[in-house]
Design a protein around this ligand. Structure first.
Ligand SMILES: O=c1ccn([C@@H]2O[C@H](COP(=O)(O)OP(=O)(O)O[C@H]3O[C@H](CO)[C@@H](O)[C@H](O)[C@H]3O)[C@@H](O)[C@H]2O)c(=O)[nH]1
Ligand SMILES: O=C(O)[C@H](O)COP(=O)(O)O
Length: 344
């Protein structure tokens, strides 16, 4: 494929390249002892959304507790949000020392929603940290540098609001390891979409990485897409809210995780496309005559047959937590005017 001449790159790509040089660091740049000194009174919460991650959630939680709670006082709370698991994820996480909440037990008055983004939003609501770190619960090679790397820019630079993990992603299938071949939805869907519509974000090496951290005051001001669109939604919304220079990325090295089957990746891709559509509409860059179809018809080859399945991939999202808290306070004020108002 021919290179595009530099002069015809939009300003967005040029901004992304400048940002890449200025705002990218490596996990090894952030010595944990230096971070403990920089932390002061800042409280740090680590949240793991987890659905059926019995084999990996325990070692991840145990490592965080041993290295970053007991050996070094860097992390103040570790929360696992059990996202409708049907295995022993919750029990294993609790045995390893995490606080565990069930996704639907947070804001039980709201209609339940499935999905990773919803689990993260519930985790944000159920924790107190000034800085919140999200880590996927299916990592096979987890080390404390995943957390310390993400905390580095946030604990040492008040102008940074959000930090995303970057890494090399092998594809490990059937005992074979293919270097750089992982992240199929990233490469085939998310990266092209980002370059087309939000080129300033093109410097994020792993825009769909599930490992990232942010300041609560900022994370509570953006909505969370309930499904796998959550990563793209957050990047686009945070770009609008805080600007590119308040975002950073940290190279965390190498990441091995549980690969999902292709039909599942198809659904993930569709959810990401719906998220992109919603942001383009919200930013008034798309005037649609009709909404996109919420259905994805898939052909699943099972036992030699090819059953057809229709999946609902429409966008569902949770509002920004800050607005929900204001609404809840108002409602409480209406119900119990005297006690509530005197106390606050
Ligand atoms: O309904 C769900 C689905 C997943 N998860 C958890 O979310 C994490 C990531 O999910 P996974 O299914 O392993 O996603 P990947 O196939 O690894 O997808 C990548 O791309 C997704 C789309 O952006 C991101 O959400 C992921 O973090 C990123 O790792 C894991 O801890 C899951 O257990 C939930 O908590 N609830
Ligand atoms: O981030 C992605 O692109 C998806 O999670 C798929 O990742 P995989 O190709 O490494 O399974």
């Amino acid at each position: 494929m021919a290179d595009v001449p530099v002069s015809s790159h939009g300003g967005g790509i040029a901004a992304a390249q400048r940002w890449l040089r200025r705002r990218t660091s490596r996990a090894a740049d952030w010595r944990p002892e230096r971070l403990v000194a920089a932390k002061g009174d800042t409280r740090v919460s680590v949240i793991l959304p987890a659905r059926n991650e019995e084999p990996t959630v325990g070692p991840i939680v145990a490592t965080i507790r041993r290295e970053l709670v007991e050996r070094l006082p860097l992390v103040d709370e570790v929360l696992v949000v059990d996202s409708h698991s049907t295995d022993r994820t919750g029990a294993v996480a609790a045995e390893a020392g995490a606080r565990v909440v069930h996704q639907d037990a947070v804001f039980p008055e709201l209609p339940p929603l499935p999905g990773k983004g919803d689990a993260m939003w519930k985790g944000l609501a159920a924790t107190r940290g000034d800085i919140v770190v999200f880590v996927d619960a299916d990592l096979r090679d987890f080390g404390p540098h995943f957390v310390t790397g993400l905390l580095g820019p946030l604990l040492t630079d008040p102008t940074v609001s959000f930090v995303k993990g970057a890494y090399e992603r092998p594809l490990c299938l059937d005992g074979r390891v293919e270097k750089g071949a992982g992240g199929r939805v990233t490469e085939l869907v998310a990266r092209p979409l980002i370059n087309m519509f939000w080129p300033e974000l093109a410097g994020f090496v792993q825009p769909l990485a599930g490992e990232y951290a942010g300041r609560r005051e900022v994370l509570e001001l953006v909505p969370f897409v309930a499904h796998y669109g959550v990563e793209l939604g957050l990047l686009v919304d945070l770009l609008e809210l805080v600007g590119l220079d308040a975002m950073a990325q940290v190279d965390l090295g190498y990441r091995v995780h549980k690969h999902q089957p292709v039909p599942m990746l198809g659904r993930m891709a569709a959810q990401i496309m719906h998220t992109a559509w919603s942001r383009l509409e919200r930013q008034r860059r798309l005037v649609a005559t009709a909404p996109p179809s919420p259905a994805l018809l898939q052909f699943l080859v099972e036992d030699g047959a090819a059953p057809v399945r229709v999946c609902d991939v429409r966008l569902r999202e949770r509002p920004c937590l800050a607005s929900l808290r204001v609404a809840a306070r108002r409602a409480r004020g209406r119900r119990a005017p005297t006690a509530d108002r005197i106390g606050h």
